[in-house]
Write a protein that binds this ligand. Structure first.
Ligand code: SF4
Length: 371
């Protein structure tokens, strides 16, 4: 099976782990995708669901690692390849002077990404009628696995250690949306500035479109190298159903912000996260992606993975075939617009672990090289 199709399959079905302690700890709860474990297959590190309902019944089984850290992966008992796990980062063993474990301030994502949710509360998470139905931002806070507000000084301290001890290559700073009209841009700017003053690390900041486009220049000046503004779903009907609060900001408002942000950050340095499998059709997603690519925005399309404890915990993951029907043509769109994950300075598009998209890109580059 081609590697990109295997990744689609693993992200759709999840995997059972014989040894759940292998590799770095899996994420549970928090903002964005969760309930995954990072595994490396054929040189690509991808997030594979392991704590979701489908994963418990998955035909894929990852065996206990051998002495070299390699695990056989089987499907219905037949061996289909080998995986390794990124090791537990050394910075997880440290605590700040005030006694906060570094792992409550930022965590390892994928192979070499430091990820943090600067503000672990969200104006959209306060009421059942507004909350994004896929989001678990409050769960890790409630469980005591993180702290509500990471200060710029704490982020700088952890980032410096993560680069020095674990070879972290870039950083993702996301945030719950605070009540103000800047939508979190102000705290992201002060956080990026503090990290950049401590260590030379490419940073992607992620927020909703701020009220004032001047924030893009301020974020860039503060040291943000890339920006993510995440549509999640692309049609208004699906957006209103899945994320009633966030859908009050319409898709066209996102496009106006994208057009203002691209000249500031550069073509391909502004991206958006699109969750496939929430109700948008493949054609609807591809039509929006074509518009995004045309204005220089990288559309990072990932399969929706339900998180335990959220209103969508029983929602099915998209099939591998559905993902293939989006990611294969999307790879052509990206190539036509000269946008490549490897050119993104920081963030989800560069990491790529939550989707097979960068593996499709790699396959196309190899095929092009051969042709
Ligand atoms: S793609 Fe983004 S959310 Fe997924 S593991 Fe990488 S940095 Fe984290």
């Amino acid at each position: 099976m081609p590697i990109e199709e295997l990744i689609n399959e693993l992200q759709s079905c999840g995997a059972r782990l014989v040894d759940p302690r292998a590799g770095a700890e899996s994420r549970r709860g928090g903002a964005g995708p969760s309930d995954h474990k990072a595994v490396t297959i054929d040189g690509m590190t991808v997030m594979v669901p392991v704590h979701t309902a489908p994963a418990f019944e998955s035909p894929y089984l990852v065996e206990k690692p051998d002495a070299d850290g390699r695990s056989r992966i089987t499907r219905d008992g037949l061996s289909i390849g080998e995986v390794t796990f990124p090791r537990r980062p050394r910075f997880y063993d440290l605590t700040t002077a005030d006694g906060t474990p570094y792992s409550k301030i930022a965590v390892l994502h994928g192979r070499d990404v430091l990820a943090t949710t600067v503000l672990q509360t969200c104006v959209r998470y306060q009421s059942r009628t507004k909350t994004c139905r896929f989001c678990a931002i409050g769960q890790s806070l409630q469980a005591g696995r993180t702290i509500a507000r990471k200060t710029p000084a704490q982020l700088a301290e952890v980032a410096e250690a993560a680069v020095r001890l674990d070879g972290i290559a870039h950083m993702v700073m996301t945030t719950g949306t605070p009540p103000g009209l800047d939508r979190g841009a102000a705290i992201l700017a002060e956080s990026a500035a503090a990290v950049k003053a401590a260590v030379d690390l490419p940073i992607q900041v992620q927020c909703e479109p701020p009220d004032d486009d001047a924030w893009f220049g301020r974020l860039r000046a503060a040291g943000a190298d890339a920006l993510g503004m995440h549509l999640e779903a692309v049609t208004e009907a699906v957006r209103a159903r899945i994320m009633p609060g966030k859908a009050q900001v319409p898709v066209e408002r996102y496009f106006a912000s994208f057009e203002a942000a691209v000249p500031v950050f550069g073509r391909g340095q502004v991206s958006t996260y699109i969750l496939a499998g929430l109700g948008d059709t493949a054609d609807e997603i591809l039509a929006v992606c074509a518009r995004l690519v045309a204005i220089g925005v990288y559309p990072f399309v990932v399969p929706f993975v339900p998180i335990s404890g959220t209103p969508l915990e029983s929602h099915p993951t998209p099939t591998a075939a559905f993902m293939d029907s989006i990611l294969r043509p999307l790879t052509g769109l990206l190539a036509g617009g000269a946008l490549r994950a490897v050119d993104v300075k920081a963030g989800c598009a560069r990491c790529g672990a939550c989707s097979a998209l960068s593996t499709y890109e790699r396959g196309q580059a190899h095929a092009g090289g051969r042709g």
